[in-house]
Design a protein around this ligand. Structure first.
Ligand code: NOJ
Length: 609
């Protein structure tokens, strides 16, 4: 084990977000106040006490801005207003005040790799080739004009890149005879960050939001904003129709320059107050160190995607494969190690783009509750800032959708169309392949109670409610001390109470064990005011250690630790009702630690350094 970080055990003076837990709200699916079937801001306001009781520190709100809703709000047509679907600026003010009054912060989604094609900036830009905003987006002439007139799109498009939502990444504009780039849907044209006017407009908008009391930003695909301006063709993989442009727009040449500029122009004006997290598909540990090193002044943390690609062939979510626990440990362990000295991790199992955590990493059948709790403990006790995606704290599961008409997500619908019409797959094949990892799994409404539509809406929900809402719901869990919800409360409280959780070193154990996830955390310091129950008679240095064990299987497992003395340590948290641990009942017998199916055990001890 490396030598533990040294600090006062009671209250390390670091950034506040390092002790915080973030809760993500996907507004469309959270709570509907007006019966139109779509969640809204007043719905969120009605659940503030629920969030406070859970104990989270920050709410990240997925986009609520004015939007044609082509990609559920990730296509923004007015950055300074609220879409009437969700409410008004006044409602947002009330939500912000309500969060602040309860000691929570508000982080807004910032979607500035692209706008909606209905944003006035784009409408101006497309209006003529010499419009002053033409260069705010990526316009290019047809590569081959003859091919264009012959409607041979693939030969005419400026390069071979495919869009993340199927089809080409270019859309032809008849009026001006040029193509524009859209990495996502054709209603999400990419902004040209090479243009300083674009950057200035974005920073001004961000400052406007900070002036309105928001406490930070989750920055959508922010590592796509700097592109290789030559826009070269990308490699075409087997079975694909288009080239992969990611080598030319992920972590592009001016990324760090742009983020440092944004930091100077926006974040530096609120030192120590904000939380900034960059969503960064394809980011490597080496790049993440640079993005999150405080000395470089870019962002506080990033969302990496390596651990959520391990159950896919070649990172293709439509070709799911079995997850190996050894690979999960290897990946998350590498991120823990990589950002140990410089930078900071964000920790997540799920969000609105990922399958439900318990269905993906746990067992959503017989062991749903146990495995949901085990996953909570494992994730939150890593070093980093944990994120809870709405409904995860209830152990909500993936949805079984039937026909393609049951889906709502543009990514699914476009893929289904392309795979059945151009790639020769049958409807049944496509539906089977997309079931485990499609994004709509996470977008079914939050299950508040067992009433009609799970208490989410009095109207017709925009997407079906999971029928298991009759037994998996908040009302059934709030007052049940053994519920998943109340277990999340305990895990969150543990992070707040224990500096070793927020600031301790991380060491992965048992990397080759296929079933047991095991790690230690350690923090050295003076006992200070005796926090953590670590009453010490003198001012000697003390090392606080925590051992976290999780069984990722439905069978009992022995845990073969090199250090057998852990068997006698204090059990601080477990997910079984009866602890069944040697330290309980005075039986201090050392011996192998055993884990029951999907069991979590968190042990603690302290020693003099
Ligand atoms: C990432 C967002 O999380 C996702 O929902 C969205 O579709 C894309 N970025 C495009 O904005």
């Amino acid at each position: 084990m490396t030598s533990p970080q040294s600090t006062a055990l009671s209250a390390p003076a670091r950034d506040w977000f390092q002790r915080a837990v973030v809760y993500q709200i996907y507004p469309r699916s959270f709570a509907d106040s007006d019966g139109d079937g779509i969640g809204d801001l007043r719905g969120i306001i009605s659940k503030l006490d629920y969030l406070q009781r859970l104990g989270v520190d920050v709410v990240w709100l997925s986009p609520i801005y004015t939007s044609p809703q082509d990609d559920n709000g990730y296509d923004i047509s007015d950055y300074r207003n609220v879409d009437p679907l969700f409410g008004t600026l006044e409602d947002l003010r009330e939500l912000t005040d309500g969060l602040h009054a309860r000691g929570m912060k508000l982080v807004m989604d910032l979607v500035v790799n692209h706008t909606s094609d209905e944003h006035p900036w784009f409408m101006e830009s497309r209006s003529s080739r010499d419009n002053p905003k033409r260069n705010w987006y990526w316009w290019r002439p047809p590569r081959d004009a003859a091919a264009r007139s012959a409607h041979r799109g693939a030969d005419a498009e400026p390069n071979n890149w495919g869009s993340a939502f199927s089809g080409p990444a270019w859309e032809f504009d008849q009026a001006t005879g040029e193509y524009y780039l859209h990495i996502f849907s054709k209603k999400q044209p990419d902004l040209n960050w090479e243009n300083p006017e674009v950057r200035a407009a974005v920073y001004e908008m961000m400052n406007w939001w900070l002036d309105r009391g928001v406490d930070g930003f989750r920055m959508d695909v922010i590592n796509f904003i700097s592109k290789d301006t030559a826009l070269p063709d990308g490699p075409v993989a087997d079975g694909k129709l288009f080239g992969d442009g990611t080598p030319y727009y992920i972590d592009g040449p001016r990324m760090h320059e742009f983020l440092q500029e944004m930091h100077r122009e926006v974040f530096a004006k609120r030192p120590g107050e904000l939380l900034t997290v960059g969503e960064m598909p394809g980011v490597t540990v080496e790049e993440a160190i640079l993005y999150t090193d405080p000395a470089r002044a870019e962002v506080d943390m990033v969302f990496q995607f390596e651990h959520v690609a391990l159950d896919q062939e070649d990172g293709d979510k439509w070709r799911p494969k079995k997850l190996l626990l050894t690979e999960l440990k290897q990946t998350l362990g590498r991120w823990q190690e990589g950002l140990a000295e410089r930078g900071w991790n964000s920790l997540y199992w799920g969000n609105h783009d990922q399958a439900r955590a318990v269905s993906r990493f746990g067992d959503d059948g017989k062991y749903r509750e146990l495995s949901a709790k085990m996953l909570a403990g494992i994730l939150h006790l890593h070093r980093g800032t944990p994120y809870v995606y709405q409904g995860e704290e209830l152990g909500m599961t993936n949805m079984t959708f039937g026909a393609i008409s049951d889906y709502r997500d543009i990514e699914v619908l476009n893929h289904h169309r392309e795979a059945t019409s151009h790639l020769g797959h049958t409807d049944a094949e496509v539906l089977a392949a997309l079931a485990p990892l499609n994004r709509d799994n996470a977008r079914t409404p939050v299950q508040w109670d067992a009433s009609r539509h799970a208490g989410f809406t009095t109207g017709a929900p925009w997407i079906a409610v999971n029928p298991n809402a009759n037994h998996i719901n908040a009302a059934a869990q709030m007052d049940d001390p053994d519920s998943v919800y109340n277990f999340y409360r305990k895990v969150i409280a543990l992070r707040h109470a224990e500096p070793v959780v927020s600031h301790g070193d991380f060491t992965m154990l048992l990397p080759d064990d296929p079933h047991v996830y095991a790690f230690t955390r350690a923090l050295a310091g003076s006992p200070g005011d005796g926090a953590n129950g670590a009453e010490m008679p003198d001012r000697e240095m003390l090392v606080l250690e925590m051992l976290v064990l999780g069984n990722f299987s439905g069978e009992e497992r022995n845990v073969e630790l090199k250090d057998e003395t852990w068997a006698g340590a204090e059990l601080v948290l477990g997910n079984y009702a009866s602890a069944d641990h040697p330290s309980d009942g005075g039986a201090a017998a050392a011996g192998p630690l055993r884990l029951r199916p999907w069991e979590l055990k968190v042990l603690r001890r302290s020693r003099r350094a």
